[in-house]
Design a protein around this ligand. Structure first.
Ligand SMILES: [Zn+2]
Length: 110
């Protein structure tokens, strides 16, 4: 559940791109859990729509479990956003058969 493939099983495109690449899914996961679950539940507790103790317990349990459940989905969303913004990095759009990021290659050639 908490593992992702390093490469696409169909085309071999690298999915895990090295240091810091996990920060994208982490931000998506954190933002989704906080803004769609924890914050609304806490607001419901503070405004007395739900008893505060129940709201706190629900927010705590959700803050522990939802990131685990959303882990793979957040990786999918991150890859979708990444390749939407950098379509030239897609394996099929590369002219050469290379796994390096093209902006790293530009840096090396200078
Ligand atoms: Zn693929």
């Amino acid at each position: 559940m908490l593992r992702i493939r390093h490469r696409c099983s169909e085309c071999g495109m690298p999915l895990e791109r090295g240091d810091g690449y996990y920060l994208g899914p982490l931000c998506i996961n954190y933002g989704t859990v906080v803004f769609t679950f924890v914050l609304p539940v806490l607001i419901a507790g503070v405004t007395a729509w739900v008893p505060l103790k129940i709201a706190l317990a629900t927010a705590f349990i959700g803050a522990l479990l939802l990131p685990l459940l959303l882990y793979r989905l957040s990786w999918s969303c991150w890859l979708m956003i990444y390749y939407l913004c950098l379509p030239d990095e897609l394996h099929a759009n590369r002219s050469e058969n290379c796994d390096d990021l093209s902006f790293e290659e530009e840096k090396r050639s200078q």
